[in-house]
Every structure is written in structure tokens, then in C-alpha cells.
Design a protein. Structure first.
Length: 453
């Protein structure tokens, strides 16, 4: 059996840390007492003077196995003996969730890491992810399916919680090299007993699938790293172009529909996925297909699609985008009789009122309608069959909305000013009658005033 060249291993680690700009820095190492993180800690301690790095250690006692007390005692003694600042968090058993404990544990870890980084003015978090982790993660994502973006490589450096960086210098090593280094230098570490169980998918891949692939080609891990990095580079290049295109078709928080549908089907998909990603939303492939089909249906200038419990994707004429679903149901029967010289408050600071024409001071931006009398003026929402009174005859409210390209959501919320509840003279913010409702010889004129903020 060929022995690991310890000096070569350390030189590779040194060069990798330099490449990742980890020199003359204060860093935080995430340590679990497993072989990976103990090799990383031991290796960086040996290289600390050359690199001029100040090493700090963060450790979480998850309370998930019998030996956790022993492991905690070990890392405390290890760091104390070497004068390494150590930050420990104990995750109490009563705080453990019944389900999805792995995801919860990960959240606890990274929240703690962020806290330590912030409180100690440390910018870099160094973790011990290695080449086998890369392959295992890649295969797990292949099995699970989903967006190709998810197949990207575990990055050697990535932004963490906006203000910090996660650095992974061990991706260039495989698990065997890490074990060999620990063995030759007598580095103490603890094995997680759950790593032996085939109850977890990652362990099944580690125990049964990856060894076969390595036997088929000893360069398997290297090839996975190369392919995932190539994929990452290509996707990043596409993303850069997509961001330029998105910027050209964006209208603040929404997208220009006409410009979007002029793109090729391939770019429509890329732009849609990128737009959703920027908004922090991840959806299934079938949902992407359904949204694209909706947007390319020329017979439907308005449509919406549920993304999840909170958000919906909508198309309203020349605008497409994402919005929060309406949680309030509209009372279509709601109506109010306007009282003389009184304002009636509407939503968003808007208001409508009926006044004697010489007793109201109009303001810039006010919309008005002069009327003959002050009785039976009612404000309500639209009802089936409603028509707007016009000089050329009645015009269906539905046609007015279509001609004005008023979105469906807004149509139902629109307020109508009616006489005797059924004669519509004004659709607020949309259209009003062109009839003269106050004869020139009338002694007293009244005026309907619509005012925004």
C-alpha cells in the first residue's frame, strides 16, 4: 500500500489556502471532531505561521449521540492546550424537532456561525467539505431531480449571509487521503456512528455506489469536480447574459410582456427561471412549463398561476410578474349612499364626496362630475349586466374594462358611482359619463369629487 505523502498534502493545502486568499486573515473553523474537520484544523495549525492566520474554532454540541459529552470535552481540551479561541453552542434535546432534524441542525449550526463571526469581527468561515462530499451531493441531486442549477459544484468560496465568506479548501482531497493523513500524523478524531447506517441516502451512496464508480475509474472524483465546475462556469456565463436581458425587459418589480414573448422559447425559460430566482422563489419543472404555456396563450391577455401558498405569477395585458395573493375576500354587495357635504373614505387614502358646488374647495388632481341633485347617489362595486350611461347609449362595463386593459383583479375592486343603484355614471379612475347631468339653467349645482392622497 502506497503511503500518503504528508508533505505533498500539506503543500497542496497551503497552496489552496493561498489561492483562496486565506493569508493574513482572522478565520473561524467549523469543527465537529470528525476526521475531516480535525485534519483541517491540524493542517491549518501547522501552516498558521506561514499563512499568518489567526485561527478560531466554532463547535456545536448537537446532543444527538451518546459520545457528545466526550467529544465536547475533547475539543475544549484540544483548543485550550493550543491557546485557540473556542466558541461552543449546546443544542438542547428539548429544542430538537420531531421531523427534519438534519435540516434543523444545519440551520442551528449556521445561525451560530454567523453569530460568532459577527461578534468577533471575523469575515471567513472555513469548512472541511471534501471531494467525496462533492460527488455524494452531485449524485443525490441527480437522483432527486429538479433544476439544473442545483447540479452546480460545491463552491470553494461563496458569500454567506451577505457579509461573510465560506471557504472550502479541502475539496481538492478525497476521503481516503484525509484518513491517511490523520493516520500518519496520529490525529485523534471521532466517528459519527450514524455514518455507518444505510438508513440515510448519503450513506448508501458512500458505502455502495461511489466505491463501484471509483473501482470503474479511480479518477471518478476528479472528473465529478471538473464537470461540476464546468457546469458552474457555463451557468454563470448564461446568468450574466440573462441579467442583462432581464434588465432590458424589467419595469421596476415587473416585466414587459411584449418584450418577454419576443424572446426565443429557450430564453423565455431561462429568463423566467432567473426572475424567479432573483425573487427568492423555487418552483418545479412542471410549474415552469405551465407558466410558459400561460404566457404564450394569445387568447388570454390575463391569467394567473399559483406559485405557492403566498405568491402567484400573473399576466395582465402588457405586464407580468409576481405578487402576494389577496387574502381578503371582496364583498361585491358592499354599497354606500353618499351624503351631502361629507367625504366617504375608500382604500389607500382615496375618498369620494358629494358637495354643493360652491361649498367645496377643489384641489389639483381632483376628479369631478357635476350633477343636478343630491339624492340617491350610491357607490358600489360592479354587478353582472352593468352599463355606463353615455350620450350614444349604454356601454357595457365589461367592454370598458377590456378597452382600457384594466386587470381582472382591479376590475372587481373598482368603485362605481350610480344613481338609484342601477344607473352607472362613473367608474372611478377609469371612465365617466359624457352626459350633461346639470342643466345650465339650474339654480343649484352639485358636484361629485374623487380625491386621492
Amino acid at each position: 500500500m502506497i503511503k500518503l505523502n504528508v508533505k505533498k498534502f500539506e503543500n497542496q493545502l497551503l497552496q489552496r489556502l493561498r489561492d483562496l486568499k486565506i493569508s493574513n486573515k482572522k478565520v473561524l473553523l467549523a469543527v465537529s471532531t470528525g476526521v475531516d474537520s480535525m485534519v483541517l484544523l491540524s493542517g491549518m495549525l501547522k501552516l498558521s505561521k506561514v499563512l499568518d492566520v489567526e485561527i478560531n474554532v466554532a463547535y456545536i454540541d448537537h446532543q444527538l449521540r451518546e459520545q457528545s459529552k466526550e467529544e465536547t470535552k475533547f475539543i475544549k481540551e484540544f483548543c485550550f492546550a493550543r491557546n485557540i479561541p473556542l466558541y461552543v453552542y449546546r443544542w438542547e434535546k428539548e429544542e430538537h424537532p420531531v421531523q427534519s432534524i438534519e435540516a434543523a441542525a444545519r440551520e442551528v449550526r449556521y445561525n451560530f456561525f454567523e453569530k460568532v463571526l459577527k461578534e468577533n469581527n471575523i469575515e471567513y468561515l472555513v469548512t472541511a467539505h471534501h471531494g467525496d462530499d462533492q460527488a455524494e451531493t452531485f449524485l443525490m441531486k441527480l437522483i432527486r431531480g429538479g433544476n439544473i442549477q442545483q447540479l452546480q459544484a460545491i463552491q470553494s468560496v461563496r458569500i454567506f449571509r451577505e457579509d461573510y465568506q465560506i471557504v472550502r479548501p479541502m475539496l481538492i482531497f478525497n476521503k481516503k487521503e484525509i484518513y491517511d493523513y490523520a493516520k500518519q500524523l496520529g490525529i485523534k478524531y471521532y466517528e459519527d456512528e450514524t455514518n455507518k447506517s444505510d438508513d440515510y441516502q448519503r450513506n448508501r451512496l458512500r458505502h455502495h455506489i461511489i466505491p463501484v464508480l471509483k473501482a470503474e475509474n479511480p479518477e471518478f472524483l476528479k472528473h465529478v469536480l471538473e464537470y461540476t465546475q464546468q457546469l458552474t462556469n457555463n451557468l454563470q456565463a448564461i446568468q450574466e447574459v440573462a441579467d442583462v436581458k432581464l434588465n432590458k425587459i424589467s419595469k421596476e418589480e415587473t416585466l414587459d410582456y411584449d418584450k418577454f414573448v419576443k424572446e426565443s422559447p429557450l430564453w423565455q425559460r431561462i429568463l423566467l427561471e432567473r426572475y424567479l430566482e432573483v425573487k427568492g422563489l423555487e418552483i418545479k419543472e412542471t410549474q415552469v412549463q405551465q407558466i410558459l404555456a400561460m404566457l404564450n396563450d394569445e387568447k388570454k391577455p390575463q391569467a394567473k398561476f399559483d406559485l405557492n401558498e403566498k405568491f402567484e405569477f400573473y399576466h395582465e395585458y402588457l405586464e407580468i410578474g409576481i405578487r402576494i395573493k389577496s387574502t381578503t375576500s371582496l364583498n361585491l354587495e358592499e354599497n354606500f349612499e353618499l351624503k351631502l357635504n361629507q367625504w366617504h373614505n375608500l382604500e389607500e387614502g382615496k375618498k369620494i364626496g358629494l358637495f354643493k358646488i360652491d361649498e367645496i374647495e377643489l384641489m389639483p388632481g381632483d376628479e369631478t362630475l357635476v350633477v343636478e341633485d343630491n339624492e340617491n347617489w350610491v357607490i358600489r362595486h360592479r354587478q353582472p349586466g352593468d352599463s355606463l350611461k353615455m350620450s350614444f347609449g349604454n356601454q357595457k362595463i365589461k367592454k370598458v374594462f377590456i378597452d382600457k386593459k384594466i386587470p381582472s383583479e382591479q376590475r372587481n375592486k373598482s368603485w362605481l358611482i350610480t344613481k338609484n343603484k342601477n344607473e352607472v355614471y362613473w367608474i372611478l379612475e377609469t371612465k365617466k359619463t359624457d352626459l350633461s347631468l346639470a342643466p345650465q339653467n339650474a339654480k343649484i349645482h352639485y358636484i361629485l369629487v374623487f380625491r386621492k392622497k
